[in-house]
Every structure is written in structure tokens, then in C-alpha cells.
Design a binder for this molecule. Structure first.
Ligand code: ATP
Length: 317
């Protein structure tokens, strides 16, 4: 029987645990021996690699985060530690590796592959939804649902007090979470890094809306925009003339119970990843494009700049 290992790297997402559960079950079904690597690339370097059993994954499907933990590893940036990581895999006779992570993790994986030839398959997992070559990354739906509930709650208090609320979402340099949240929550303002904006453009419209009886504003801003959320809130107070508050959603967006969509996507991503390794389609990422699964070369994924979907962007005009 061949050995296969999995690790989580970079920001954790809700959906990793369902993926780990299915990894164990589907590996065993395919006569592979599953291993967990704890703490991402750090665990690979520290040889924190253990055989996984059904017992390890019992009762985890409804839990956010990842039972094998994730990490950001500075040491994995250096060849001498990547060499140790490869030796650890060789000692355990593990020649198949699945990595759940974001673009940084995949850059590291690509370098590791070029140096060692390790057979791997990558699964896109980041709430930022900023990986080239796939329309969907695991965890995005669960994060959007958390944001939706938060905005709905904030709307209640905003309307009770006549306030503008500036709600900041995660996403690094990608405005996907903010944009989709704004479109689906009826926000009055959405600011994302991909689109240049000038607040002056909204002044006349917003002040007139207040004169005409508007009681509150909801502004969704992505953490990657040039101004701080506080500056946007000050603009509401000083220029538009409405009391304002900032709500930085932060890490609650990464946690919580995985949505049905993420549980199903976790299941499918893992199936496709293990099948790829069994079919000798190594060196790729499982991608979900135009409602279909396929495989993309990781070389292309990490060497191509990510762009937000043009159609989605056009809705903000
Ligand atoms: P998220 O999008 O959720 O933040 P990510 O995978 O992009 O996830 P990063 O912190 O960028 O998160 O990367 C995770 C880890 O990948 C790093 O801590 C490091 O161990 C590894 N990594 C990133 N870039 C490189 C690189 N150039 N060389 C080697 N390893 C790297």
C-alpha cells in the first residue's frame, strides 16, 4: 500500500476539517495509507507526521479551523529546511502530498517540487478567493455567510441610531469578499482595491439621500484599500454629516461552522486531488472553473497574476 500525506498551510478556513475527514476515508477506500502533517510546513520540517485513522476524524465535519492546525513557516523559505522536510517524507516512505492553502503556500510547494520532484496535488483553500486558475477556493462560502450575518446584525443597530457603518472585510489585496457581500447585502458603498475611487463622487448623492429621509448607510470596504476604515468613517461624519462607526470583522470571518457548500466542495476537492495522484497527474492544483472541476499546472497558477472576475467588477459601476 502507498502512503499519502496532507497538510494545511497559510490562513485556516472553515472547510478544512471536512476535507481532512474525507481525505482519510477516501484514501483508505483507495488502499492508500493516510498521514497527517501537523502545523503546515513547520510540521514537515519538524517531522510531526502521523498516520491518520477514522478515529482521528470522527465528529469533526461540523467544526471550523483544522484539527491538524495550520502555520506560516519562515524556515520553509530556506532550502536547508526544505531538504530536511523531504528527508522526513522519504524516511516514512511518503511520496504523495496534498496541500491545502493559499497562493503563498503554493509558491512554496512549487519551489519544493522543483527541488525534489515530490508528487503533489494542491487544493485552493483561502477565504481571499485570490488564487489564479480557480473560480472558487475552499472556505469562501462559509466566510461570506459569516459576513452576511454580521452585516444583517449591524443593519439593525445602524437603523436604530441613524448611523453610517463602515464594515471592513478581509481579503488582503483582493476585493472579492467585500464585493460579493456588498452586492448581496444592498450596501450603499463598496470600496475594493481593484477599483479606483474618489469619495467626492458620492458626496452630492449621499447628502441628498439624507435630506430625502435616509436613516443609515452601510459601507463595505476591503482591508486592501488605500485608506483606513476610520478615514472612511470620518468622511461620513465630516462631509456627509451622519454619525458613523467602524466595524472590523477580522478573524470571525475565518471561523465557524462550515457551510453545506464548503462541506460538499471539500469532499469533491479531496476526491479530485487523490484521483489526480493515483492517475499520475502530479504537479497540479484542483480547480473549479465555470461550474466544473479540472486540473491546472501549479507552475501556471503561481506565475500568473490573479484578476477578479470582470463580470462581478462590472456590477460595481
Ligand atoms: P492565505 O491566502 O490564507 O494567507 P497563503 O498560503 O497565501 O494563505 P502565506 O502566509 O502567504 O499564506 O504562505 C504560507 C506559507 O507558505 C509561508 O509561511 C511559507 O511557509 C510558505 N511560503 C510562502 N512563500 C514561499 C516561498 N517563496 N518559498 C517557500 N515557502 C513559501
Amino acid at each position: 500500500m502507498d502512503n499519502i500525506a496532507i497538510l494545511c498551510s497559510g490562513g485556516d478556513v472553515s472547510g478544512m476539517n471536512p476535507a481532512l475527514k474525507h481525505f482519510v476515508e477516501y484514501s483508505l477506500k483507495k488502499d492508500l495509507i493516510p498521514y497527517f502533517i501537523y502545523d503546515g510546513y513547520e510540521g514537515l520540517i519538524n517531522n510531526d507526521i502521523k498516520k491518520a485513522t477514522y478515529k482521528d476524524v470522527a465528529g469533526i465535519i461540523n467544526r471550523g479551523g483544522t484539527i491538524i492546525r495550520s502555520a506560516r513557516s519562515k524556515r520553509f523559505m530556506h532550502k536547508k529546511y526544505r531538504d530536511i522536510a523531504k528527508k522526513n517524507l522519504d524516511t516514512l516512505n511518503i511520496d504523495k502530498l496534498i496541500v491545502l492553502g493559499g497562493d503563498g503556500s503554493f509558491t512554496g510547494l512549487h519551489i519544493f517540487f522543483k527541488e525534489t520532484g515530490i508528487k503533489f496535488c494542491a487544493i485552493p483553500a483561502t477565504i481571499d478567493n485570490d488564487i489564479t486558475g480557480t473560480d472558487y477556493c475552499l472556505g469562501v462560502d462559509s466566510a461570506l455567510n459569516i459576513i452576511k450575518s454580521s452585516i444583517d446584525s449591524i443593519r439593525d443597530t445602524a437603523s436604530s441610531f441613524r448611523r453610517a457603518f463602515v464594515i471592513e472585510t478581509m481579503g488582503r489585496d483582493c476585493g472579492y469578499l467585500a464585493l460579493v457581500s456588498a452586492l448581496t447585502s444592498g450596501a450603499e458603498l463598496c470600496l475594493i482595491p481593484e477599483i479606483k475611487y474618489n469619495l467626492k463622487y458620492y458626496e452630492k448623492d449621499f447628502t441628498e439621500q439624507i435630506k430625502n429621509g435616509r436613516k443609515y448607510f452601510i459601507a463595505i470596504v476591503s482591508e486592501g484599500i488605500k485608506q483606513s476604515s476610520l478615514e472612511i468613517a470620518n468622511w461620513f461624519e465630516e462631509t456627509i454629516g451622519i454619525e458613523s462607526r467602524v466595524s472590523v470583522l477580522g478573524h470571525i470571518q475565518r471561523g465557524g461552522n462550515p457551510s453545506i457548500y464548503d462541506r460538499l466542495m471539500a469532499y469533491k476537492f479531496v476526491n479530485y486531488a487523490i484521483d489526480a495522484l493515483l492517475d499520475k497527474k502530479e504537479g497540479c492544483m484542483v480547480s473549479y472553473c465555470k461550474s466544473k472541476f479540472c486540473y491546472k499546472s501549479l507552475n501556471d497558477v503561481v506565475n500568473t497574476i490573479h484578476h477578479l472576475d470582470k463580470e462581478l467588477l462590472s456590477f460595481l459601476d
